[in-house]
Design a protein around this ligand. Sequence first.
Ligand code: DGT
Ligand code: CA
Length: 569
Amino acid sequence: MKNLEVAEIFRDVAKILEIKGENVFRIRAYERGAQNIEALTEGLESYIKADKLTDIPGIGKDLAGEIKEFSKTGKIKVYENLKKTLPKGLLELLNIPSVGPKTVKLLSEELKITNLEALEEAIKNNKLKGVFGIKEKTIENILKGIQVLKRGKERMTLAQATFVAQEFVNALEKLPEVKKISAAGSLRRQKETVRDIDILVISDEPKKIMGAFTRLPLVKDILVEGETKASVRTSDDVQVDCRVVTQKSFGAALLYFTGSKNFNIKIRQIAIKMGLKVNEYGVFREERLVAGRAEGEIFKLLGMGYIEPEMREDTGEIELAQEFSLPKLIEQKDLKGDLHAHSLWSDGGNTISEMADAAKKLGYYYIAVADHSRSLKIARGLSIADLKKKKREIDKINKSLKNFRILFGTEVDIDTLGNIDYPDSVLKGFDVVVGAIHSGFRQSSQQLTRRMLKACKNKYVHILAHPTGRLWGTRDAYGIDLEEVFNAARGTNTHLEINAFPNRLDLNALHCRKAKEMKVKLAINTDSHTTEQLLSMKFGIAVARRGWLAKEDVINTLPLEKLLKVLKK
Ligand code: DGT
Ligand code: CA
């Protein structure tokens, strides 16, 4: 159980109660509970064990009971029941940035607006203008927020798609009729978002596979069921397509269904020039099958090197493959550590020691525990006095570790004017300083860019975290001039981050290519708040690979001593 999960539920309860116009004291109680849980330095489990939940300020008998319930069942009934009392789409309105419970209440009571679509319609028909003093600018922001949310609904994050696909693969793999199974489509290309999941199976008994696939417990509706192809929808409304092919066509089918579409078109054109025909069944000369079992033999036949799925977008990779000069893409095993993680010292859910153990188990040699800085009160940013205590704890643990080092880090706030939240005298004591913007997202592009440039110029800021601030489904990237930031970064030996947190993936793949072109080195970090989140590294790797990065382009592939040298500005 994570403290922040419980806090988030309590906040949601408070919001629902406010929409329903319930007792103010009850609303406040949940808000205060949420706030105080966020402020804890220990996990809620340890309070349960010691039977001391009610010692937490703001946690009375009721809330304590709900925390215990969540620990046992993963749910809180009060919350589940409350959700049911609201029209289905209403809670979603709360997810729109700049829309709070008061507005939602007004919208639903006065205008009978209870979902995103209705709100969008109302704005388009000018129904919100002049109502309850909502300003023109706010309406504009609401509309923008709706677009972001809607896009988030149409496509899922790579992490969600990976999870759903894995469930299907795990279930199907068990069938004796399945000889081989692989994801295809945008998921195999590791695109940052995925519309639907494509799965490819080798089997000589397609009917059995189709039967099993469409009857899996995860499946809610069957959209299409054919002899060798079926489409289903899961209970989470994710569409999954499954195709069965024979062994001798597997490579051709994998190539075709991995795409992308533009990539396929270019490949087909190249084949035609060579007198060949490529389709999902194989490569044919006249009517004779000349290749198809494996992707490798098809690339070879077409006179090119093997193109990794992540690169297949027809943005120059095919030409490089024809010259056999594709980059060797970075892999997970190249990484030596993670340079951005949190602990219970700020808003994380695990101790420094737990984070270090988990990182060590992943095969890393270092982890920078970079907790928030003093101004970020909401995330329990550390005062200068706290930093001294934290440093002592790190030193002590490091003494007991072999072949692994906890780096004393900070995710330091870059304020609205570009000032850094700790003075240089404090900054210079850190091993790793990760600078980040957490406020003033609505500033102009120039202002935001200026903040980043100023941070680059600071002698002690090593890495700029989640540089564009994008949160998939919640917030678009803010308009910084990345090219200018890359220039400044190169000039000052500052590095930019690929934040691997599933709804961030920031920088994105295109930014990575640009950074590489401009000779800026990047760090791939998870921004983990718990030990499990360290596993998100694979999504950061996906972005890097889609951005054509090699091991040399990423600083946390370096062994510790070299890394520390590279960080010096
Ligand atoms: P998505 O699902 O929107 O995230 O992206 P994809 O790439 O998975 O697209 P999807 O599911 O429509 O199709 C899977 C693959 O099938 C796609 O990457 C390439 C291939 N494909 C689909 N439609 C066409 C087409 O019209 N022409 C060609 N050459 N290939 C296609
Ligand atoms: Ca797809």
